[in-house]
Design a protein around this ligand. Structure first.
Ligand code: F0G
Length: 461
């Protein structure tokens, strides 16, 4: 086994355990049928390894749990708020810090002020909630990820980058007045969890300066991105992960963060700004919809845990374990012949279900079939990111499929050990063995919006 294939032994020991329930395949068959073959509708208790998301699912440290006890629940000016504000200012270099209950609340506040009818937003890739908040206020959102991202099998260091040529084209087309902001999602969640380079970020800053535009960083995985920059980008070998994050965040005019990821907490969000006038507008909306300036949507204990989490996440041993764990799973799957988005991103492994289940046509949702098989065989829960999530219908009611049929396996932080990952790898042996016998699925119920959350399916006999 090469150095690259090895994961780092978990740099923590376990002080408290949460039991996982071992179920039989027969039991899971019944549970999945009851859930309409949609793993979102399963009881979490019926899941053995939960890869649905890395958001809010991480384990807090002993230091964070101690912080919970120290949480100051004063309505205004709490000690825990001061702690959090100081940590966030130090990280972002931005003077105005606004706490929210999670990432999308920060998005809603910021984009309802910057957006509106006739406005456009440009991003490497907008995350779903970002796009939804932008479209909700009547604006348009354009994704222009770099060309390297088109080929999911080809290696490139920074496939999360924005396409700088297309950025200039869109700026020329819409003009300064119409552009709400350029949003850099770091790492690029909807594009394979791939990192963004400092060079690309600096070029975006330059373009924004040239045209008088605002640059927003959606940086909920900023620490993970820093790991890749240190590893792959010249000139950053000797900087700490935190210094890299500080340098990158300093490039932005605003920072939105779902703290449920690299904040290492189960709930929380942040919005930070450089501009005072904009911060006043945002704070007005915060008070109306989230809470007072010094807690937003958070309890004092949540803010205390977040202040600590935002420091722990930059621990070099933690970050190495984190990124190598994801790579360990992804690289070993690839070695088995499972097609995965390459290279492996920071928080998740994305399996190409269309390629793996090449006998299942897109109209029968190969991604959904894989998601169901992983649950049936191993109690593993993942999410389809393909035509169930993004498919549309034409006027005749025929499916317009998504560009790709992927299945995302997102790893919660500090939750599973290498032996859990080895178990998942074992289950994939079963999947590979039965892949040609697999049948697709048909939708039996779907809501009008965001159908993947609540749709029901049945296996095609
Ligand atoms: N931006 C990015 C890049 C995200 O990945 C998410 C959430 C959000 C914003 C919204 O934050 O959930 O705290 O409101 N991503 C989760 C996921 C849900 O599973 O990838 P939130």
């Amino acid at each position: 086994m090469s150095e690259k294939m090895r994961t780092l032994t978990e740099p923590f020991k376990i002080k408290m355990v949460e039991a996982l329930r071992v179920t039989t395949e027969e039991y899971r068959n019944e549970a999945l049928a009851k859930a309409g073959y949609n793993p979102f509708l399963l009881k979490a208790d019926d899941v053995f390894i939960d890869f649905l998301t890395d958001s809010g699912t991480g384990a807090m440290s002993d230091r964070q749990w101690s912080g919970i006890m120290l949480g100051d629940e004063s309505y205004a000016g709490a000690k825990s708020w001061q702690h959090l504000e100081a940590v966030v200012k130090d990280l972002t270099g931005m003077p105005y810090v606004i706490p929210t209950h999670q990432g999308r609340a920060a998005e809603r506040i910021l984009y309802s002020i910057l957006g509106g009818k006739g406005k456009v937003f440009i991003s490497n890739t907008h995350f779903d909630t970002t796009r939804a908040n932008i479209e909700f206020v009547g604006s348009e959102a354009f994704d222009i990820v770099c060309k390297e991202a088109d080929d999911i099998n080809a290696y490139a260091d920074f496939k999360g980058n924005i396409d700088l040529e297309k950025l200039e084209e869109l700026i020329a087309k819409y003009g300064k007045e119409a552009i709400g902001a350029v949003i850099m999602t770091v790492t690029n969640n909807s594009s394979g969890g791939q990192p963004v380079s400092m060079e690309n970020m600096k070029a975006v800053r330059k373009a924004c300066d040239k045209h008088g535009l605002m640059m927003v960083i959606d940086g909920c995985r900023i620490a993970e991105n820093s790991y890749f920059v240190k590893q792959r980008e010249k000139g950053f070998e000797n900087k700490t992960h935190k210094e890299i994050a500080q340098e990158m965040l300093n490039l932005g005019d605003a920072f939105v963060m779902s703290a449920k990821k690299d904040g290492m907490v189960n709930i929380g969000g942040l919005l930070t700004l450089k501009d005072e006038a904009l911060s006043v507008q945002c704070k007005n909306l915060l008070i109306i919809s989230e809470g007072f300036l010094t807690y937003g949507g958070l309890a004092g204990r949540d803010m205390e845990a977040l202040a600590i989490g935002l420091q722990e996440v930059f621990d070099k041993d933690y970050l190495h374990y984190r990124i190598r764990s994801t790579a360990y799973l992804g690289e070993k799957l690839r070695a088995k012949g499972v097609p995965v988005v390459w290279p492996i991103g920071g928080h998740a492994v994305y399996v190409d279900a269309q390629k793996l289940y090449s006998n299942i046509p897109v109209e029968e949702y190969p991604g959904q079939a894989l998601v169901c098989d992983l649950y049936l065989k191993g109690g593993i829960r993942c999410v389809e990111i393909g035509s169930v999530m993004f498919g549309k219908y034409d006027e005749q009611g025929k499916l317009i499929p998504a560009a790709q049929e992927l299945v995302r396996m997102a790893l919660p932080r500090r939750v599973y050990t290498q032996s859990h990952l080895d178990y998942v790898l074992d289950i994939f042996d079963d999947i590979l063995e039965m892949k040609n016998r697999n049948k697709g699925y048909r939708i039996t119920y779907e809501p009008q919006f965001l159908r993947h959350f609540t749709a029901n399916f049945e296996p095609i006999k």
